[in-house]
Ligand binder design. Structure first.
Ligand SMILES: *[C@@H]1O[C@H](CO)[C@@H](O)[C@H](O)[C@H]1NC(C)=O
Ligand SMILES: *[C@@H]1O[C@H](CO)[C@@H](O)[C@H](O)[C@H]1NC(C)=O
Ligand SMILES: *[C@@H]1O[C@H](CO)[C@@H](O)[C@H](O)[C@H]1NC(C)=O
Ligand SMILES: *[C@@H]1O[C@H](CO)[C@@H](O)[C@H](O)[C@H]1NC(C)=O
Length: 589
């Protein structure tokens, strides 16, 4: 018994951080996702600030995140919540640049339904279509099972030279989807040889005519046919062996489009329209230009609007509006078609980059930030960015808050504008979402809980504070014993460290009819004699996840809590399950 218990306490001890409790939690939400955000005053204040800051920035061309040409870039930014009662956006900001190209059919006033090119945000639609058609099942199958051209390329003489040729039989469809294939980035796209680049001045050799791109090399060349693509691309050198590290590839997603076609027996455009756009009601999203119908945001000059991308559509060819993209994001969060299990599985990292805060999913660009930007707890943003011609786009899913932000920009400076606008919006929005989530959680759960029998000296008091996330246990007495003191005495006896706080976090496990919601407690602990000034490789703060559910009494974990909610969603009781006893809520905070 003793050895069994001392082991988990040792792990608790190992999970400390001297300076902050903010990282001593599981990755994920600190509170249940906030609802009714559009009506929450902190969110309304943030939204008003964001709108006025963006308006000023686009008018003046100046932001702390970079400058750009004034009034030249159109912007649509929509933020929505999965838990809104009426579906109204949290934030809807639209800016019409001066001089949009009316002669090309541009809209004269940008709205939430105005259509932009979304570039590589298209990749999300492609992997989504694949997941709808058995992608999870076929994740580890080689792409040669689906694409005959690659099967043939893998059988050519010399194909086994891994320094020269992609080893296509080792490239799985999942590796393509998660940017772990190691294949080249593009075929011909923006090749210097066809971009009027001064190659002689740069010391490059003249190219024989056979090595000059004849398709997709620049905006005046047609897209490459399937035949041209495979003949050329199978001669491109690999970048890395598959599953080495993420390397961005547009070609991977062109090939994934062919996989979708092979699996469905239908053209990519038809699959997307039939299985994704129609069922999700995305009326302003399309695989080809909506034409000069007055809905497009078309900057003057060579904007890239309407330029056909051929089979590159699955990697970067879609058109959409900020409302549609936000709605698509909500459908992904909820697993509307895929189901919640597949949706959660999709929103995970598949690899790290060399940059500590950047990971890669399929093909999520995952950014780790903090709820308070400079402080707070880790929040992972599941994003996908896109760029094509004068268009830049960004879709941001924040699973912890169940919020989606879509951002579309068009104009000569759409890249820096999109970056600056994302900073302005997220830096104001995330703290507001955290504050509202904390406030709502406190309304639902804070207060004193005690057993019905008043003669028993047992109680649990929950609050929220500024010192850390989650629901703070400010008092926990069971049958006259102070549970935290008892845990500390045990920790002292087993060199378990100092328990700094006990905090409860939602697990996402719930049962609606009876209104049951499960939480787990995290014991924020400092190891004995911990000295933060001594650098460590194995950060003791990193192990909290391994301590959850380990300390058990009769096979019920001491950190296991379940709340019961009433019809209004307010907690009426909590069961610290290890005590085998229900505590009723007897008072507010
Ligand atoms: C709004 O902006 C003002 C002025 O920059 C700032 O003081 C305030 O904290 C901001 N409020 C929110 C909710 O972002
Ligand atoms: C933006 O422009 C302002 C005013 O000209 C200038 O002071 C500032 O340094 C510029 N910022 C950047 C990042 O270039
Ligand atoms: C595209 O490349 C072709 C072939 O190199 C060249 O003739 C043409 O001028 C280029 N067009 C542009 C817009 O650079
Ligand atoms: C209940 O138990 C706590 C913790 O041991 C103790 O401090 C408190 O005095 C007790 N209250 C009563 C009424 O006995």
């Amino acid at each position: 018994m003793c050895t069994r218990l001392s082991y988990p306490l040792a792990l608790l001890a190992a999970s400390a951080s001297a300076t902050t409790p903010f990282d001593q939690k599981l990755i994920g939400p600190a509170y249940p996702a906030p609802s009714n955000l559009a009506a929450a005053s902190a969110v309304r204040a943030a939204a008003a600030n964001i709108s006025s800051a963006l308006g000023r920035a686009l008018d003046s061309g100046q932001t702390p995140f970079g400058n750009f040409t004034a009034e030249a870039t159109s912007l649509s930014l929509t933020a929505v919540s999965a838990l809104s009662d009426d579906g109204a956006p949290i934030l809807d900001f639209h800016y019409t640049a001066a001089g949009l190209d009316a002669s090309a059919g541009s809209t004269r006033r940008v709205t939430a339904d105005s259509v932009y090119r979304i570039g590589s945000v298209s990749k999300l639609f492609t992997v989504y279509a694949w997941l709808l058609h058995g992608g999870a099942r076929d994740w580890d199958r080689p792409v040669t099972d689906f694409v005959p051209e690659l099967r043939r390329a893998a059988a050519l003489p010399g194909a086994d030279n891994a320094a020269e040729r992609v080893q296509w039989r080792h490239v799985t469809v999942g590796a393509l989807a998660s940017q772990l294939s190691g294949i080249g980035r593009d075929y011909n796209n923006a090749d210097l040889a066809s971009e009027g680049f001064p190659w002689r001045e740069a010391g490059l050799p003249p190219l024989p005519p056979g090595e000059m791109p004849t398709c997709a090399g620049n905006s005046s060349q047609p897209p490459c046919s399937r035949k041209e693509f495979f003949e050329g691309f199978t001669k491109r050198h690999p970048v890395l062996p598959p599953y080495t590290a993420p390397v961005y590839s547009n070609a991977a997603y062109r090939i994934l489009g062919y996989v979708v076609e092979a699996m469905t027996g239908s053209p990519y455009d038809a699959v997307l329209a039939r299985d994704v756009l129609q069922p999700l009601g995305l009326k302003h999203t399309s695989t080809s230009s909506p034409g000069g119908s007055g809905v497009g945001v078309i900057p003057p000059g060579d904007s890239g609007w309407g330029r056909p991308l051929g089979d590159e559509v699955s990697t970067g060819g879609l058109y959409s509006s900020s409302h549609d993209l936000a709605g698509f994001g909500l459908a992904l969060l909820a697993g509307k078609q895929l189901g919640p299990l597949a949706a959660r599985r999709w929103m995970t990292p598949h690899s790290h980059t060399a940059w500590p805060s950047a990971s890669v999913g399929a093909p999520w660009e995952i950014t780790r930030t903090r709820s308070r930007v400079t402080g707070g707890y880790a929040v992972d943003l599941y994003t996908k960015s896109g760029s094509d011609g004068q268009y830049n786009s960004l879709l941001v899913l924040v699973p912890d808050f169940q919020v989606v932000v879509s951002l579309l920009a068009a104009g000569p400076d759409s890249g820096p504008v999109a970056e600056a606008a994302a900073e302005v919006a997220l830096q104001a929005l995330l703290p507001a979402l955290d504050a509202v989530g904390q406030g709502q959680a406190c309304d639902v759960f804070c207060g004193t809980y005690a057993p019905a029998d008043a003669a028993v000296n047992s109680s649990l008091v929950l609050a929220v504070d500024g010192e850390g996330p989650g629901l703070l246990v400010t008092r926990w007495i069971s049958n006259g014993a102070d549970v935290r003191h008892a845990a500390q005495a045990y920790a002292d006896a087993t060199r378990g460290g100092d328990i700094e706080s006990i905090r409860l976090y939602p697990t996402g496990l719930l049962h609606s009819p009876g209104g049951e919601v499960a939480f787990r407690a995290i014991l924020q602990t400092l190891p004995p004699g911990y000295d933060a000034s001594i650098p460590r490789i194995m950060d003791p703060g990193a192990n909290q996840w391994s301590a959850v559910d380990q300390l058990a009494y009769g096979e019920v974990a001491v950190d296991d809590f379940v709340f019961r909610l009433d019809g209004q969603g307010r907690a009426v009781a909590v069961e610290p399950r290890v005590l085998r006893q229900t505590f009723h809520r007897v008072g507010g905070e």
